[in-house]
Design a protein around this ligand. Sequence first.
Ligand SMILES: C[S@@+](CC[C@H](N)C(=O)[O-])C[C@H]1O[C@@H](n2cnc3c(N)ncnc32)[C@H](O)[C@@H]1O
Length: 430
Amino acid sequence: MSADTTARRIEVAVDRPANGGEAVGRADGRVVFVRGAIPGERVVAEVTDDRHDSYWRADAVEILEPSPHRVPTPCPAAAAGAGCCDLGHIDPDHGRNLKQAVLLDVLARVGHLDEASVSHTELAGRGVGRLPGPDTGWRVRTRLAVDGTGRAGQRAFRGAGVVHEACVQPAPGMVDDLAARRFTPHAELAVVLDTDGVRHITELAPVTEVRRGDPRRRAQKNRQRRTGRRAQTVVEGDAAAVRRVGGREWQIPVTGFWQAHRAAPQTYADTVVGFAREHLDAAPRIAWDLYGGAGVFAGALLDADGFGGLEQVHVVDSDAGALAAADQTFAGDPVTTHRGEVAACLAALEATPDIVVLDPPRTGAGEKVIGAIAAAQPAVVVHVGCDAARFARDLGLFARAGYRIAGIRAFDAFPLTHHVEAVACLVRGR
Ligand SMILES: C[S@@+](CC[C@H](N)C(=O)[O-])C[C@H]1O[C@@H](n2cnc3c(N)ncnc32)[C@H](O)[C@@H]1O
């Protein structure tokens, strides 16, 4: 922010939700993204970023006309400045309505998909569905920051600080007692609760954080540093955690990827199989599970009733730990794992899969990967997306590559936050 705008306050009426959880309004001829506001409200907001001519960012500091959907946040950590429950001030049912609006908006604006291509979907008709269980206590995998005195807590919003008030996302018993313990100063903790309810904690060695410069760039650089290779020490439980989905069991590294919501893996697996059943003309013979991690969707397809004829499933992922878990779980099954970037591995996969499932990270799959999938001509593609805008962009790419949207289901897999998970089924032919 430039020096002359420090603590500049503006009055804004906000009328629609943005993909990042902010509410959007206009002031002085500019679009303003207001964090902490709800569409329909009039607020006083403090400008936090005025570097762009066409839009500003701001934080709501006073609510002049509150929305009927405004509630006191249930999350003490978010109230104290943590970045965890950024929609805690919105009634969760209304939060789901806003997530539906965001998804439909980006499908039109970013995916360039007309209304007729999505109006028949569950997303358009019924909205964003709840996952089983309450809106708090759903998280079974989390990362905590450790401050200079060795106390663990939630990372502050866009900052290097640590907030010690409790967040309401972690499952009961998962982190409650950690406030009293001390860890290596400035380390990070990977904490998981496995399927048997056993807790595992691995400490990741401190990284040198960038502490100067633009706050958004600084936060991005620090995120990159934290996701790089770091020394790990098991401080409780084991280095791997048992996870079960359907009749399968995996040993997943505590620092590796697993869906954060307790009910997510089974729900997504059921959705993938449901779409496959509904839209494949015949039982699949060959399947690809791209960005497949340890192969949860590969397992679901292999074990689905009526899919016994599946001759080969290829699981592609860049993470060696996830694929080692897959190799152990699928010993004796017709599963081949491929380690590397999806874009680079696709050429080596068997041609003409009947079904391709892809579950990319927040950056999405992009043009090259989607072009290669379309060139392999699977009858059905199931695309799982955790970032609304990238999901919309990717669906638009599939549409222009000759795939029709047969269904979209969206799940509130991250209650009290702006994040949302969507699963689309794409069918070859217009
Ligand atoms: C959202 S997770 C999905 C994992 C799995 N489908 C599941 O539900 O457990 C995304 C996965 O993509 C992998 N990944 C990220 N970028 C990748 C890339 N460019 N090529 C291959 N795998 C990648 C990550 O290691 C991670 O396992």
